[in-house]
Design a protein around this ligand. Structure first.
Ligand SMILES: [Fe+2]
Ligand SMILES: [Fe+2]
Length: 306
């Protein structure tokens, strides 16, 4: 039996743990991709949903799977390597987008030409989609030329994390957020893609196309934000965080050694560590330098012979 759902878990984590939950999040309009760092209880409060009922629905999906009409792809991004993830994003999402965007633009052109005079909102839908399309075309090109080769290089060890452009990950996340906002605006302008409001068969095809486009873009951004960038971000932050943690432990140990009456020994060890870190990590080395001076001035410094 699956463990109960913790309402403090983030939507991105819940979606990455079990991709079948994504169909439910889509149905409840819970933003698991750009809003992936939002806790389940906060997201439910924002949408006016009862968190306990949503937790039960998630647990039901985990237990029983999805109904046939809710079927989602079986792809499990968390089980893929970074290279496989990049390959999947390009061959599934980017290629689909490159095929679908011109088709939607054409449908929009037709619908605006035929119904635009009586429905001025259609022109706004066309303009918003055109702007989203331009942003996305530039975004996916940069991913394929810069971000994904960097991710693959980090995985294979052919790229040094220290040489990666600072802010690369944050910039992509910010672009995803901007795209998410535009996508939400597009949905509002297009009446929530309500098929019963379709003006003709072309308009219906357009609404169906926009809905599929939105669902696929949510999944696409989720796979990048909550799996790929999360993993690559940890590879970039890892050495820094690990170094800082190691230094914290070292400093604490040296302080305890000094307090136990071996301040001179602690001071010498701090000096050795300082010499080792001075060039590579000057900021961190500075903390050891300060400790060294503090230990030298310690009243217990000469209390014991080494
Ligand atoms: Fe992408
Ligand atoms: Fe992206």
């Amino acid at each position: 039996m699956s463990p109960p759902i913790d309402s403090g878990s983030t939507l991105g984590t819940l979606a990455a743990e079990q991709p079948l939950r994504i169909a439910l999040f889509e149905r409840l309009r819970l933003d698991y991709c750009c809003g992936g760092s939002t806790r389940l209880d906060d997201a439910c409060a924002r949408r006016g949903l009862d968190v306990d009922s949503v937790r039960e629905q998630i647990e039901a999906v985990d237990r029983d799977g999805l109904r046939p009409d809710q079927a989602m792809p079986e792809w499990r991004p968390r089980e893929a390597t970074i290279s496989e993830l990049c390959e999947h994003v390009v061959s599934v999402h980017h290629d689909r987008m490159r095929e679908e965007m011109p088709r939607i633009s054409e449908l929009l052109e037709t619908v605006v030409r035929v119904h635009g005079a009586d429905h001025s909102d259609l022109e706004m839908v066309a303009r918003t989609f055109a702007s989203l399309r331009t942003e996305l075309e530039e975004h996916i090109e940069e991913e394929e030329l810069v971000l994904f080769p960097t991710c693959r290089g980090l995985e294979l060890g052919s790229i040094d994390p220290a040489g990666v452009e600072p802010g690369l990950i944050d910039r992509h996340r910010a672009e995803h957020e901007a795209v998410g906002r535009k996508l939400a605006a597009l949905r509002d302008l297009a009446g929530g893609y309500e098929l019963s409001q379709a003006l003709c068969s072309t308009h219906r095809s357009l609404l169906e196309g926009l809905l599929r486009f939105e669902t696929d873009l949510h999944l696409h951004v989720h796979e990048e934000n909550n799996v790929l960038l999360e993993r690559v971000g940890a590879m970039l932050d890892g050495p820094r965080i690990a170094g800082a943690t190691t230094l914290d432990v070292l400093i604490e140990t040296l302080v305890e050694l000094a307090e136990a009456g071996r301040a001179e020994r602690a001071s010498r060890l701090a000096a050795t560590a300082y010499a080792g870190l001075r060039r590579a990590e000057p900021d961190q080395a500075q903390r050891l330098n300060a400790l060294m001076h503090k230990l030298i001035l310690s009243p217990r410094h000469n209390d014991h012979k080494e």
